[in-house]
Design a protein around this ligand. Structure first.
Ligand code: MV4
Length: 446
């Protein structure tokens, strides 16, 4: 693949390193951008070139479109990889990149826009025969319309901001009185958080699992899926543990969910890697929630069970190549589980804890992968999210994966700041986790 000569990575942390690794294997030179708070970061050291783009706060650096484009121009980069968060799902940024002759490593701006508006995405799924939770037809501007829709659907309902996603701007409402209180507050919150007031609502499902399908599309109208990830173990919409396969998945259900995910992506001519999120209820009914149009934090669990390098494949399809494998090449081998290690204090409501890493000893051995940007004496700046490392284990089956996870967590030493390692040690010894019997409320009762 001779398409790209030089890639600018518009991100930091472990994902910037992950992208640099993919570029090295593809023979693409790399440009790191960094903030003044990130001078000593590994992405800066491992890239071929580096450009400082501003002060610590993300709005002055990793979110500053003009500075990132200037860095791409002065280094003569031909592509820009946004990673996740920051500008990854910013349609305007994707547009500006292409207008400036830089290939945006991601889907088209229109793909991002379409899926970024959740009510629009929901209607598109209905048109394509993909199951959605009973809910409103589009958004509403007035409380009376929300009340009418809710009484038709039946309580409890969940109010969602059409410009939200990933749990931002959602509110569960149990009766008419609650809806009357919540409507204008949710509307105002959506307006200030997303610059878009519009809300829609759905019947609230009480204890589903969060199951998402990894998809990839190329520029030749080919879309394939790479199986699922179960991401039910989360707290305040931050995932803590992800695994593949989903412990309750069957071959038939995977085929049905996979077909729906492929249809969802195909219906908008999707190009790139993406994730279609579903809720799965106890009776194995599944419902489309939203589509994430980026590479996700938890992509390594899919890499471990499929053997596909998703970041290399993502860069390849953005460069105009066909997907490098066929549907029949994809089989899920064994079981993979990821734990997110954050600099947070579980004893103090998971408050982020920046500071200096005084001791760092990552685990190793068979079936163990650690994606991290930290090292001994690294100082965690206060400006960004608290993810320090992803521990990903693989085994021939779920039990072997859990055994490897348990002993890896015992080996893993991070001192200097509180981390979620101890919390994960408790999760892997929980009977319901071990039996695979959990849903999105698992940590609330933990
Ligand atoms: C829901 C839901 C229940 N019913 N929609 C959360 C993130 C976004 N992707 C969609 N989400 C949900 N949508 C209906 N109709 C449950 C979730 C949900 C969730 C809700 C509250 C607390 C934690 C949650 C974790 C995963 C999903």
């Amino acid at each position: 693949m001779a398409r790209f000569k030089k890639m600018l990575i518009a991100n930091r942390g472990e994902i910037a390193l992950r992208i640099i690794r993919a570029c090295k294997e593809l023979g693409i030179d790399t440009v790191a951008v960094y903030s003044e708070a990130d001078r000593d970061c590994l992405h800066v050291r491992f890239a071929d070139e580096e450009v400082c783009i501003g002060r610590g706060p993300a709005s002055d650096s990793y979110l500053n479109i003009q500075r990132i484009l200037s860095a791409a121009e002065i280094t003569n980069a031909d592509a820009i990889h946004p990673g996740y968060c920051f500008l990854a799902e910013n349609a305007e940024f994707a547009d500006i990149c292409s207008q400036s002759q830089f290939v945006f490593i991601g889907p088209t701006a229109d793909n991002i826009r379409m899926m970024g508006d959740k009510a629009t995405a929901r209607n598109l799924m209905i048109e394509n025969g993909i199951p959605v939770v009973p809910g409103s037809n589009g958004t509403f501007e007035e409380e009376k319309d929300a009340l009418a829709a809710a009484s038709e659907i039946g309580y409890p309902v969940i109010l969602k901001a059409t410009a939200g996603g990933g749990g931002k701007g959602m509110r569960v409402v149990r009766d008419e009185k609650e809806l009357k209180g919540a409507f204008s507050i949710a509307r105002a919150e959506a307006g200030s958080a997303f610059g878009n007031h519009a809300l829609y609502l759905e019947k609230y499902l009480e204890k589903p699992r969060h199951v998402e399908i990894q998809v990839i599309g190329d520029q030749f109208d080919k879309v394939l899926h790479l199986g699922e990830r179960d991401c039910s173990i989360q707290r305040r919409h931050q995932k803590l543990v992800e695994e593949s396969p989903c412990p309750v998945m069957t071959v038939q259900l995977r085929r049905k969910m996979g077909e729906c995910a492929v249809k969802a992506a195909s219906s908008i001519g999707y190009v790139g890697v993406g994730t279609v999120e579903f809720l799965l209820d106890k009776d194995f009914n599944f419902y489309f929630m939203e589509m994430n149009t980026r590479i996700q934090v938890e992509h390594p669990v899919t890499e471990m069970v499929t053997g596909v390098d998703l970041v290399k494949e993502q860069i390849s399809v953005a460069g105009g190549n066909q997907i490098s494998f066929k549907k029949s090449d994809i089989s899920l081998k064994g079981h993979a589980i990821e734990c997110r290690i954050n600099a947070e204090d579980p004893k103090r409501d998971f408050i982020p804890c920046p500071g200096e890493i005084t001791t760092f000893h990552p685990p190793g051995g068979p079936g163990v992968r650690v994606d991290t940007h930290i090292y001994q004496s690294y100082k965690i700046p206060p400006y960004y999210d608290s993810l320090l490392a992803k521990l990903i284990v693989h085994g021939r089956n779920r039990n072997e994966a859990i055994a490897r996870l348990r002993r890896s967590l015992e080996e893993f030493i991070v001192l200097g700041v509180p981390t979620t390692i101890d919390f994960h040690r408790e999760i892997v010894n929980d009977a319901r986790f071990i039996s695979g019997d959990f849903d999105i409320q698992f940590l609330e009762k933990f």
